[in-house]
Design a protein around this ligand. Structure first.
Ligand SMILES: Nc1ncnc2c1ncn2[C@@H]1O[C@H](COP(=O)(O)OP(=O)(O)OP(=O)(O)O)[C@@H](O)[C@H]1O
Ligand SMILES: [Mg+2]
Length: 365
């Protein structure tokens, strides 16, 4: 059985966003918390990539920081190689096994240090090598491994392009010889052609060094290129988690279907597309947590054997609470619409509502 490198169980992270005490006392305001990550569970197996995708503010970076121990979960448990993350971080031998690549290659490198010192810092901090000659050789190897020259070590970060700086960040992340890398939108700040080079480099390194990635992005095309498994986030929750290609072929959740619909498609050139309507609710004041709408349209869901299925005696639909019945019906309508849209003669104008995601379907996310 494949070994689990990182496991998160029912992790929640709240931020206190209250006003200062004096202001609160004077104006009688209560404390306010924001739930950035809400009851999230996932596991990443060795040598694989779990990607998280979702729109801005849905909690991706918070999960990234939780995964390397930069934040502590408010509730729930994160384990690294079978140990609680806080215990793993306390041991240098395990701490060096995890590292992070940040979104912004301009902000994540110390502008006053030469590249050789930036890349060598983790080697020195963890006492991986001791003699100056060994460290210089290793830095040279790492720079060559990410497509730079050993002589680039003498330069400062401002002397490089954005793509080259991200290569330096990757070399630095690899210098502690990690098993597990958290990559928080590592290519978002880069030009499209450079993005492809960096992604190919990361896949290459994964194959050569057996790395495990938690890869975060808001770009579905990037995620498809990188993932073994894919989690779709919405308002702090993972609403869909599964095998990458399976989700792209038969996404079950209306929100994921909606994201897939938004990918530019050459077959749709010249045809009118209806923009997605509505706004994602604010995490400060989220909608009530209702059950998710039914996940699969009937043709894709294997029918249970009614005689042997353990939930054969399900409650009658009308015995469900009213909001659940409504979420169910409207969720099905959304999926039906997406199905119909694929048919030849169906135009978006035929729709009765401008919102791709129905109200109760959105509320239930
Ligand atoms: N330190 C903090 N204090 C208070 N609120 C925070 C803090 N960090 C994040 N948040 C809030 O938590 C929510 C999730 O933030 P996060 O940075 O994880 O989003 P994200 O999915 O990474 O977004 P993006 O794609 O824009 O990077 C946001 O509403 C943000 O305002
Ligand atoms: Mg982020």
């Amino acid at each position: 059985m494949a070994e689990t490198v990182l496991e998160a169980a029912n992790v929640t992270r709240d931020f206190d966003i209250s006003r200062p005490l004096l202001q609160r006392v004077l104006s009688g305001l209560p404390r306010q918390t924001l739930r950035a990550v809400d009851d999230v569970s996932f596991a990443i197996e060795r040598g694989t990539t779990l990607s998280l995708v979702g729109e801005s503010g849905c909690g991706k970076s918070t999960i990234a920081r939780l995964a390397v121990g930069l934040y502590r979960p408010s509730t729930g448990d994160i384990r690294f190689e079978g140990q609680p993350l806080s215990a793993a971080r306390a041991q240098a031998s395990l701490r060096r096994k995890m590292n992070m690549i940040f979104q912004d290659p301009y902000a994540s490198l110390n502008p006053r240090w030469r590249v050789r010192d930036i890349v060598a810092e983790p080697i020195r901090a963890f006492n991986i090598l001791t003699t100056q000659k060994d460290i210089t050789d290793r830095v040279g190897q790492l720079l060559t491994g990410v497509g730079l020259a050993p002589a680039d070590g003498e330069k400062f970060p401002h002397e490089f392009s954005g793509g080259q700086r991200q290569r330096i960040s990757i070399a630095r992340a690899l210098s502690s010889e990690p098993d597990f890398l958290v990559c928080d939108e590592p290519t978002s700040a880069l030009d499209v052609s450079v993005q492809a080079q960096i992604l190919n480099l990361m896949r290459d390194l994964q194959q050569r060094l057996g790395l495990t990635y938690l890869f975060i992005s808001h770009n579905l095309a990037v995620v498809r290129h990188m993932s073994d498994r894919l989690g779709v986030m919405y308002l702090g929750r993972i609403v869909e988690l599964g095998h990458g290609e399976t989700l792209f072929r038969a996404a079950r959740h209306p929100y994921m279907r909606l994201l897939l619909e938004a990918i530019p498609d050459l077959a749709m050139v010249g045809k009118s597309r209806t923009p997605v309507g509505g706004e994602v609710p604010s995490p400060i004041n989220p909608p009530p947590r209702l059950p998710l709408p039914p996940p699969l349209p009937p043709r894709q869901r294997p029918l249970p054997n009614r005689k042997t299925h353990p939930h054969h005696h399900r409650p009658h639909r009308n015995r469900l609470p009213r909001h659940q019945r409504r979420a169910g019906v409207e969720g099905k309508q959304a999926l039906l619409f997406l199905e119909k849209k694929k048919q030849k003669n169906f135009t978006p104008a035929a729709r009765s509502t401008p919102d791709l995601l129905p109200r109760h379907c959105k509320e239930s996310l």
